[in-house]
Design a protein around this ligand. Sequence first.
Ligand code: ADP
Ligand code: MG
Length: 281
Amino acid sequence: MGGKLAGAMDVRAATTPKLQVRGATKVYPTASGDLLALDRCSLDVHAGEIVSVVGPSGSGKTTLLWAMSGLHGLTAGDVLLDNTPITGPSPAIGMVFQDANLLPWRNVDANIHFPFEIKGQAPDREWIAKLMHRVGLEGFGSRMPRELSGGMQQRVALVRALSFKPSVLLMDEPFGALDAFTREEMNHLVEEIYLDTRTTIVLITHSIDEAIFLSDRVIVMSARPGRIAHEHTVPFPRPRSMEIMSTREVFDLTNEIKMEIVGDQKSKALSAQRSVPQAAQ
Ligand code: ADP
Ligand code: MG
């Protein structure tokens, strides 16, 4: 196993990363002063990799993902896509958010076509039909969003994100609002789509199980200011069966990551308590 992993690392070292995050730092000016949300984060994501980012609430995960998507800039540092700095949204990058964000007055097809209309581009109907089939939405094109369950709406959002054939898919807690069963279904769907397309994926999630099921690597962020605290390689083959997911190795990795997040929150809370009397002196 060690030899196989070392081999994989060599391939990575030889190729330019798909995404390079270099010293990403973000300060938000707020009424009570500057807030350091992201502090010198560096991360390479290679073509065809799935990388998950986990960490406590407020650790800058969304801030990092928005910088990767070009939705906002950084205070310092940069993000490169295929060696070119990202300066704004690009069709090469697809996004899925926690809410499906469908326009309620448009049916499913019209929602998927909407970004193409904005760009004045003809949608690739054949590809979209393939995606609709892949996610089990064949025949649902004329339904209105309110007629669909949360899981189905999120499938539409996934089709919309993949409709431009992006080389990178960024997802920000995409299944966080779904029930556990639907979430698991969606995880399998993402795995299937990944095995079909080998799209590079960065996934933010609160679920360590989801992160381990889907990823090649799991990045653990520290509580504010957000820094990359730990990184784990997930060496299990795909598709990841229930047998694989119930092994001792998966159990141990899950607990290790859990402890890192909980431990970090506890130590930050303790040092915040300690700093109160000091500040009063
Ligand atoms: P996460 O996604 O890990 O929960 P975020 O990236 O959303 O974290 O936020 C990181 C920190 O930055 C939080 O403390 C949040 O309150 C703050 N923050 C996020 N967006 C803004 C903003 N637009 N203005 C001011 N503060 C913000
Ligand atoms: Mg977030």
